[in-house]
Design a protein around this ligand. Structure first.
Ligand code: AGP
Length: 615
């Protein structure tokens, strides 16, 4: 997720744009830029790296204009560079964009055929070309932007200025946040409130599909059908720190609630229901190479390792390829056997984890083909891997991984489908069924988030526990591991995750009335109980017989597990393959609320770092 700021008014706005971008610095970025429309027409300045680089450029070049847009970029398509930094401009039109254009390859090819030349690797540049073409036909900026949007599929928060219309800023929103701010003789635009908070507290958060025209004299909002809408500005009383967190108390809470959007960005444009297949730009493995694979080896640490344990099951089930999984920190120390035609999949949010990088290098050194599943474009792991599958979670600031985990699961499922199709182990029909289930996940995640009250209640009841056990079976066993890791890292409560079948082999000795046990007892609607559910009921009875307290993740409408549990965390039912993505949501919320109740430093827990760059 990148940052956007915009201004239309009566003063030169370069310094306002830079000040606004500075207030978005906390989100992380790799490049920044501004575009101003003034007496000399359109001027664009961009720079890779820290904002101070752009600021120095602005001081030197002194761009003029009372209309402008600014952007801090967090790369998704194209490495961090001056050329890939926003704004992108063409034919007197400049644009900044957050989000992902799904059909960018198709549109780029069409525009190239019509004689357009591109100067960046981004999907965003397409907007500048499409809109400039419409302006050249005589449309005003609003109509030209709307016409361009009709061509585009994907997610966007978009802001546009044109040399041909020095008094108008046009913006549009679809799945990426955008807010307009009301001033006196000037108006503002931003992706996040902090960017404009110093000038105004009267804002409107745009709704999906809305397009907006800002002028000095006022702001006009149009809904998805093009009808003008009137909405009363809301007065924001957030402090600057609250504003950075979008009104949430902690970044972790904000990021938990961003998961549906992050999943949409990860899945869209890759999963094709028509074809019953997956397109992964950045992965060049072809059918011949995929069929020749003898084994996959997954290496990762912490939460990413848990995503790998789920990913192993996805690949073995769908692509019929044997998969080994290793903690990256252990891989090198056992002189691993890397057979010919091994695919090493390194999973990492940051792409900078020293152990994961070293494990991937070890595998590569022994002849493996390497594929990185990563969130940070241009990070060390992505630079060294043969193929890269980005997770598109957006910057994750909270040390505890949440949206990075669920997008890793979605990415691993996409990879498994891709491998299955390439290896001929998955028919297009079967792939379509999996992809249908995956496409439904963002909506189901939102539904799970709506049930936050239950997690809050359970957290209040058990926040003084000293030890907590987490149990799950099959695909839910790694979710139990992840639930335990989340709780221990942010609340400092000792927590252990176990495959539920292991309970009788040791952990059962711990159970008494002071050790709450969190169980994942959801069921696959397709299997009607012939799944792990009944076995989980057995585990729950065993816990209860020893006086243990049970918190159960159950499906809406569940009766059996709910009757045994002391507290339930309900989630919507979904197919078994995607259930880990949905079932982890209440565990993230439970951990968050326990930690918040105990008053720990949720976003920066003691002793932990976001990227572990030492071995
Ligand atoms: C997760 O909540 C942790 N903070 C940690 O386990 C993390 O997943 C691990 O350090 C790996 O990081 P990476 O994904 O950036 O490689």
């Amino acid at each position: 997720m990148c940052g956007i700021v915009g201004y239309v008014g009566g003063e030169d706005c370069a310094s306002f744009l830079i000040a606004g971008l500075k207030r978005l610095e906390y989100r992380g970025y790799d490049s920044a830029g501004v575009a101003l429309v003034g007496p000399q027409g359109l001027g664009v300045l961009r720079s890779r790296g820290k904002l101070v680089n752009l600021e120095t450029l602005v001081v030197k070049e002194r761009p003029q204009g009372a209309l402008g847009i600014g952007h801090t970029r967090w790369a998704t398509h194209g490495r961090p560079s001056d050329e890939n930094a926003h704004p992108h401009s063409y034919g007197g039109v400049a644009v900044v964009h957050n989000g992902i254009i799904e059909n960018h390859l198709e549109l780029k090819a069409r525009l190239r055929d019509a004689g357009h030349a591109f100067t960046s690797e981004t999907d965003t540049e397409i907007f500048a070309h499409l809109i400039a073409d419409e302006v050249a036909k005589g449309l005003d900026l609003l109509a030209a932007t709307k016409a361009a949007l009709r061509e585009v599929r994907g997610t966007y928060a978009l802001a546009v200025v044109s040399a041909a219309d020095p008094e108008t800023l046009v913006a549009a929103k679809n799945a990426s946040p955008l807010v307009v701010g009301y001033g006196q003789g000037e108006n503002y635009l931003a992706s996040d409130v902090p960017a404009i908070l110093e000038r105004t507290r009267d804002v409107v958060f745009l709704e999906e599909g809305e397009v907006v025209r800002l002028r000095r004299s006022g702001i006009e909002i149009f809904d998805a059908r093009g009808q003008a809408v009137t909405r009363k500005p809301r007065r924001i009383d957030w402090t600057p720190v609250m504003a950075e967190k979008g009104g949430h108390k902690h970044f972790m809470h904000k990021e938990i609630h961003e998961q549906a959007r992050a999943l949409v960005d990860t899945i869209r444009g890759r999963a094709s229901l028509e074809k019953g297949d997956v397109t992964l730009d950045g992965v060049s493995l072809d059918a011949e190479a995929a069929k020749a694979l003898t084994r996959a080896t997954i290496v990762a640490c912490g939460t990413s390792y848990h995503a790998g344990v789920v990913g192993k099951q996805y690949i073995e089930t769908l692509a019929k390829l044997p998969v080994e999984i290793d903690l990256a920190s252990e891989f090198r120390y056992r002189d691993p056997l890397v057979l010919p035609n091994t695919l090493c999949v390194a999973i990492s949010q940051s792409g900078e984890t020293a152990d994961t990088l070293a494990a991937m290098r070890e595998a590569k050194g022994k002849g493996a083909r390497t594929l990185a599943v990563c969130n940070v474009v241009g990070s060390a792991i992505t630079r060294e891997a043969d193929d890269v599958l980005y997770t598109h979670a957006g910057p994750e600031i909270g040390v505890a991984s949440t949206k990075a985990f669920t997008t890793q699961l979605a990415a691993m499922l996409l990879l498994a489908v891709k491998l299955g199709r390439l290896r001929g182990t998955l028919t297009s029909e079967a792939a379509r069924e999996v992809l249908q289930a995956l496409n439904a996940v963002p909506g189901l995640v939102d539904q799970a988030l709506e049930r936050e009250g239950a997690a809050l209640e359970a957290a209040r009841a058990y926040s003084s526990a000293k030890d907590v056990l987490f149990l799950g079976r099959g695909l839910q066993a790694p979710v139990a591991l992840e639930g335990a890791l989340k709780l221990k890292e942010i609340s400092y409560i000792h927590a252990e995750g176990y495959a539920a079948g292991e309970m009788k082999h040791g952990p059962i000795a711990l159970i008494d009335e002071d050790v709450p046990v969190v169980v994942i007892a959801t069921r696959d609607p397709k299997q009607g109980g012939q799944d792990t559910y009944e076995k989980m009921l057995g585990n729950m009875e065993e816990v209860r017989a020893r006086g243990g307290r049970i918190i159960a993740v159950v499906n809406d409408g569940d009766t059996h597990a709910s009757a045994i549990a002391d507290k339930v965390l309900p989630v919507p039912a979904c197919s078994a393959l995607v259930a880990p993505i949905v079932n982890v949501i209440p565990l993230q919320l439970f951990s968050y609320h326990v930690a918040d109740h105990r008053g720990t430093d949720v976003d920066q827990p003691r002793n932990l770092a976001k990227s572990v760059t030492v071995e």
